[in-house]
Design a protein around this ligand. Structure first.
Ligand SMILES: *Cc1c(COP(=O)(O)O)cnc(C)c1O
Length: 373
């Protein structure tokens, strides 16, 4: 049995007639950039996130960068985030001209530890960028409290968290603005690059609408120096079809995660399964295990044709690109230790029960073998 890390074909097969129809409609109307399909998707996605506005853009990284710029963050400012994230979070901060400053993660949920924020705040700090890693919303209540106390903006990196909730509130509805990615493998994925900002601030909405489209509100009237960072009509048409199924697909991911949890949590197990916080609705963009014998387990799974991933093998503060920030090994012990322990196993809605059972069986045989030795 060969099991891919993510199988996008199964999902396409399940919605093919609707997708094909939506795409041919875009061709018929030749509405390739922005336009009707994008406007419609923006309304739908704002509603999905319990937010007032949504602005479709060309990637999640662009969405993050536009949020920062629209919040007035730039050179001389500092933005707090975590070293345990995909590089794009930090690149967006660098593009704005601000300096990324890292804070520790919570050892159980792997997301930003609110307790660690205080020490990192200086008079240059302007914003906090929490990352809803793997599909679990950060502990936002204390983060928002700290932000309000210090007059900081909060920009959520919700690129892995479409439809995730904490305390009954949806990802994207906590901060001043939030960024989503529609990279094909994300829980809501386009058939190419795409992204969106959601915000309930009219001011941020207006600024980002202009920034993504050459700084114009009226064609050829450029009120600011903007960019070309627009969402395609084709991608929006695909996203509208898929959005109708997203809650159901997230539910399937959760059911898959619960089955993994049940099968893998044997007595004496030395494998840590993901921890879902009590008030959280985790949507398992990634199902990441943690174990001391990561490399050996990865080898065994790969030998059995089971694909795996590592999210992420090198914490951002230790990446070569960021050596200039002056961090060193030892600065974030939990993140550094976990980078050697994390192992992501296949997770997508259409994963079959027998596939999950097969994967769990291999992992458990590995456990009993390594426990005997
Ligand atoms: C995917 C991702 C991004 C970037 O999104 P792109 O659409 O690939 O630009 C940013 N942050 C996180 C946490 C992501 O997972």
């Amino acid at each position: 049995m060969k099991i891919d890390f993510v199988d996008l074909k199964r999902q396409y097969d399940s919605i093919r007639p609707e997708i094909d129809l939506a795409i041919s409609d875009v061709f018929d109307k030749t509405a390739f950039i922005l336009g009707e399909k994008v406007e419609r998707f923006e309304k739908e996605f704002a509603g999905f996130c319990s937010s007032k506005h949504c602005i479709g853009v060309d990637s999640g990284t662009s969405a993050l960068a536009l949020c920062l710029e629209a919040c007035g963050i730039g050179p001389g400012d500092e933005v707090l985030t975590v070293p345990n994230t995909f590089i794009a979070t930090v690149l967006a901060i660098s593009w704005s001209g601000a300096r990324p400053v890292f804070v520790p993660i919570d050892p159980e949920t792997y997301t930003m530890d609110p307790e660690g924020i205080g020490d990192a705040i200086t008079d240059k700090t302007k914003a906090i960028m929490p990352v809803h890693l793997y599909g679990q919303v950060c502990d936002m209540e204390p983060i928002i409290e700290i932000a309000e106390k210090h007059d900081l903006k909060v920009i959520e990196d919700a690129c892995q968290a479409h439809g995730a909730e904490r305390g009954g509130k949806r990802a994207g509805s906590f901060g001043d603005a939030a960024a989503f990615s529609f990279y094909p493998g994300k829980n809501l994925g386009a058939y190419g690059d795409g992204g969106a900002v959601v915000t309930s601030s009219q001011e941020i909405d207006e600024r980002i609408r202009m920034l993504r489209d050459y700084g114009q509100k009226v064609k050829y009237h450029h009120d600011m120096m903007g960019y070309n960072r627009r969402l395609d009509g084709l991608q929006a048409a695909v996203l509208s079809v898929k959005l109708r199924r997203l809650d159901e697909w997230n539910g399937m991911r959760r059911a898959n995660a619960k089955l993994y949890d049940k099968l893998l949590n044997l007595t004496g197990s030395r494998i840590q399964t993901p921890v879902e916080a009590a008030d959280s609705r985790h949507i398992y963009h990634i199902y990441a295990l943690r174990t001391d014998s990561r490399d050996a387990l990865m080898r065994l799974l790969n030998e059995n044709d089971i694909a795996t991933g590592i999210h992420y093998p090198i914490p951002v503060h230790l990446q070569k690109a960021y050596s200039g920030l002056g961090y060193k090994r030892g600065d974030f012990p939990v993140t550094e230790k976990y980078a050697d322990q994390m192992l992501s196993i296949p997770m997508f809605p259409e994963l079959k029960r027998e596939e999950i059972e097969f994967i769990a069986e291999k992992i458990n045989s590995f456990q009993s073998r390594s426990m005997k030795s």
